[in-house]
Design a protein around this ligand. Structure first.
Ligand SMILES: [Zn+2]
Length: 347
């Protein structure tokens, strides 16, 4: 690279050789604490009116807050950055035409992603201006609410609610928006159907080729089954072999499980993958009310065990994790070296 500014991909790869990197915690948990109303979500009254029109109620459309409550979203990113996150995820988990169809907000998809990345970058710049630490924006790409390899109809196992090409096109639009807004990495996360993720990977490659710039990919599966498999039936090893062609910067697991329950699956992935390992579990399991009770110290102690065993390169939190959880995790893993690739060459 001959450019004057450091290349984020090289910068983050260099940092990852020195220490375990910290990813942020749950956006949704922080948004819940704001107690926002339908009016707040839609941007009527307080906040910015959304120029994209929909007849559907918007309460619960957390991604839309990027456009209607941008300061609140930026402040959440900033809180995670100051808690110690090196990488924050954009508020774009459901910002595809497929997922936004539930809210009639397909027309907002480009803006949700471009603004989502821009707001996260603004929050990172605010934090870096205070402490001088470099920080990175990961464009978050969620699984959508449809599965390409499973039928939602038990009476018609051959039926599919979505095709690979539907997903490729929807993810392509999302990724182009994230790149336009300045994302440094793309994080394909909460993967329960690997075929959906493969469509997202393909869409990323198409977008990168257009732009002449390949961003590092982070790929994160979700173990939803007590037998240790994804919803589409893969073990962690099978999952790795299905996505390794993407040469991702990291591969890992997030969501569905607390840290202790995730440990054997992360250990399996760390044993087969020749790239960096990323783990961001939930704050334990939800209680009867769907809330997460596990405190920062508890989560951090379990995640620190991953680090002490040399299993991980990037750690953070998924559902239920707050800035306090991220601060505790950052402190707990600091004494431990990142996982070594033992003769394997990182992507
Ligand atoms: Zn989660």
């Amino acid at each position: 690279m001959t450019s004057q500014k450091p290349d984020p991909a090289q910068q983050i790869a260099a940092l990852a050789r020195e220490r375990i990197l910290i990813l942020d915690g749950a956006m949704g948990t922080q948004i819940q604490t704001l107690g926002l109303s339908e009016e707040d979500y839609a941007g009527h009254g307080s906040g910015h009116a959304c120029r994209h029109h929909s007849e559907h109620p918007q309460k619960g459309n957390n991604d839309l807050l990027t456009l209607t409550q941008p300061q609140a979203v930026e402040d959440i990113h900033f809180a995670f950055a100051m808690a110690g996150a090196d990488i924050v995820e954009t508020n774009t988990f459901s910002a595809t035409t497929i997922a936004q169809a539930d809210y009639g907000m397909e027309s907002a998809v480009h803006d949700l992603n471009a603004e989502g990345a821009r707001i996260a970058r603004a929050a990172m710049n605010r934090a870096t201006a205070i402490d001088g630490r470099p920080r990175f924006v990961a464009g978050a790409v969620g699984p959508t609410n449809r599965t390409a390899s499973l039928s939602p109809d038990v009476n018609d196992p051959g039926y599919r609610a979505v095709t690979f090409d539907d997903l490729r096109l929807a993810y392509g639009q999302q990724v182009r928006g994230l790149i336009a807004g300045g994302a440094d990495l793309i994080l394909i996360e909460t993967i329960f159907d690997t075929l959906n993720a493969k469509a997202a990977i393909f869409a990323c490659f198409e977008a990168f080729e257009e732009q002449g710039n390949r961003l590092p990919l982070m790929i994160s599966g979700t173990i939803t089954d007590a037998s240790g498999r994804t919803l589409s039936g893969q073990t962690p090893t099978a999952f790795w072999h299905s996505v390794s062609h993407a040469r991702p910067f990291t591969v890992g697991l997030n969501c569905a499980l607390g840290a202790s329950a995730m440990r054997p699956h992360i250990a399996e992935l760390a044993g087969v993958a020749d790239t960096l390992i990323c783990a961001y579990p939930n704050a334990g399991l939800p209680n009867a009310f769907g809330q997460y009770d596990e405190g920062p110290g508890d989560t951090a102690r379990q995640v620190a065990e991953f680090a002490a065993e040399g299993l991980v390169n990037v750690v953070g939190g998924c559902c239920g994790t707050t800035p306090d959880h991220i601060a505790a995790i950052a402190e707990a893993v600091a004494p431990h070296a990142p996982r070594r690739l033992q003769g394997k060459v990182a992507a």
